[in-house]
Design a protein around this ligand. Structure first.
Ligand code: P53
Length: 495
């Protein structure tokens, strides 16, 4: 076995997102976002976005999958008899000092969080930013700096202000580019000197990657919207990169891809091609634009397959070429099998689709646990772009049991991280320039996919259940003390 080896200045830490952690959804002048009108779900029940239709009647539509549309004349609404888990989330908004102190105790040198756009520009179109929102994040970043923790800031983590969704129809509307760029420019200026590392769009590729994984309900019109939506986000991201570098040439600005490793389920050559095409559609499509500054050669085929015409402004391609990211970041949870054959043993569970891999174990939510898939992804992507990489999400969503004495023995989570850290070390030994690892949900937060609390990722337990009951008290799990040792030994001590 290769010796575990991480570079001396490797950044260790954890990651959260504003809408899943902060709560305080109607405090500090914050505007609404989609998760504020989204109910809780479970592994088999979708989350629903709630609305009032033009006749004043309440309704709900499945919120994930990106293809559901509000009925004509309806408006998103918070309904009295529904429970919305993100409203309070885990109250990071009021408890960030306590939380960051615990991250520091684990030895973090980096902490990934997102800024909530709607705290800065509540409806997205204001001419002046909301001072209370700016002050909140300043205070969070100062708290990080107190402990020498480098903030890694996601500018957008699935949380476009709801008003932009309703009035402009969201990202299929080109006008969103300017609203986003203004927001990005505002925070680049505001936090100059406090923040160095930025990510433009969290899991930008979800918009297309999951389309054909949700089955036959997807239409060509959905593809048209998805590719247009993405083109606007690419231009917005590229413009933000250029402006960020002008504001501070030392800013390091990255992209963020939902990294799923795709394997052919059989060695039938048609499965090999289908798998390569899935990499192109799901993973490379966005990575190529953001890291190489141009659409891949296969993009035309992808558009043609669904009769898509991406509308571009005259200088868009030039903007993309000038707005290449400084590093490539991604989340990694699982691999997936691709096949052209009929699948009898299908994986179920939210977001995990395709043929079951008999060599792997699956989580309680159906996600394949595959550390070698992480090594594969790291080596493949580094070979393609040769720019520094960051793993900015990785973790195991699992049920935890609190023992009578209050301790939480989460050895399954420790095993998961241990094997993935080894995989990263193997990739580094093979020449990959990996610079950071932020585990997902350093603290328990609301699940994005299911809205559950019981799907826990944290090294810190939060006493809150799926109905919102609990003290919100924080307790270190066994993994907390384990990760502390890992960081202190720069990845050497994984026992
Ligand atoms: P949850 C799907 C597949 C892979 C990652 O997910 C995904 C999703 C969308 O849910 O999202 C990322 O909470 C995302 C985080 C999210 C995390 O993975 O559904 O960036 O916001 O919480 C884990 O278990």
């Amino acid at each position: 076995m290769t010796k575990i080896q991480f570079p001396e200045n490797f950044l260790w830490g954890g990651a959260i997102a504003a809408n899943q952690a902060e709560g305080a959804y109607n405090e500090g002048g914050r505007g609404l976002v989609q998760t504020d009108v989204t109910t809780g779900g479970s592994v088999n029940t979708p989350r629903f976005a709630t609305y009032i239709d033009k006749d004043g009647k309440a309704g709900k539509l499945a919120s994930m999958g990106h293809t559901a549309k509000l009925p004509e004349g309806a408006n998103f609404a918070i309904l009295e008899d529904e429970y919305y888990p993100n409203h309070e989330a885990v109250d990071f908004y009021h408890r960030y000092k306590e939380d960051i102190k615990m991250f520091a105790e684990m030895g973090y040198s980096i902490f990934r969080l997102s800024i909530s756009w709607a705290r800065i520009f509540p409806t997205g179109t204001e001419t002046e930013p909301n001072q209370e929102g700016l002050d909140f994040y300043r205070s969070v970043f100062e708290e990080c700096r107190k402990y020498n923790i480098e903030p890694l800031v996601s500018i957008w983590h699935f949380d476009t202000p709801l008003a932009l969704e309703e009035k402009f129809g969201g990202w299929t509307n080109r006008q969103l580019i300017d609203f986003y760029v203004k927001y990005a420019e505002t925070i680049f200026n505001e936090y100059n000197g406090l923040v160095k590392y930025w990510l433009t769009f969290n899991e930008i590729n979800n918009t297309v990657m999951f389309l054909d994984m949700f089955g036959a309900s997807t239409t060509d019109a959905d593809y048209q919207d998805a590719y247009q939506h993405l083109h606007h986000q690419f231009v917005a991201s590229a413009k933000a990169v250029e402006i960020g570098h002008k504001i501070n040439p030392d800013y390091k600005i990255g992209n963020m891809i939902c990294g799923i490793t795709f394997y052919p389920a059989t060695c039938d050559p048609t499965d090999i091609i289908a798998t390569e095409h899935k990499w192109q559609q799901g993973i490379y499509y966005c990575g190529d634009v953001q890291a190489k500054g141009a659409y891949g050669t296969y993009a035309k085929r992808l558009w043609q397959e669904h009769g898509v015409t991406v509308e571009m402004a005259e200088d868009d391609l030039e903007v993309l070429a000038k707005g290449k990211v400084d590093f490539y970041s991604f989340s990694y949870y699982m691999s997936n099998n691709v096949t052209t054959h009929e699948v009898t043993d299908k994986v179920s569970g939210n977001f995990s689709t395709g043929a079951r891999n008999p060599y792997l174990e699956y989580s309680d939510w159906g996600w394949a646990q595959d550390p070698t898939g992480l090594q594969y992804y790291l080596e493949k992507i580094y070979d393609r772009y040769e720019i520094p990489l960051m793993v900015v999400e990785n973790g195991l969503g699992a049920f935890d049991t609190v023992e009578e004495d209050g301790s939480i023995h989460d050895d399954y989570r420790i095993d998961y991280h241990r094997s993935h850290i080894k995989a990263m070390s193997d990739a580094i030994a093979n020449g990959v320039d990996l610079i950071a690892y932020t585990t997902w949900g350093c603290i328990d937060i609301v699940s994005a996919g299911t809205g559950e609390m019981r799907k826990r990722y944290g090294f810190i337990y939060v006493d809150k259940d799926d109905q919102g009951n609990g003290s919100f008290d924080r307790t270190p799990k066994d993994s907390f003390y384990w990760y502390k040792k890992v960081i202190a030994s720069n990845g050497q001590d994984l026992d």
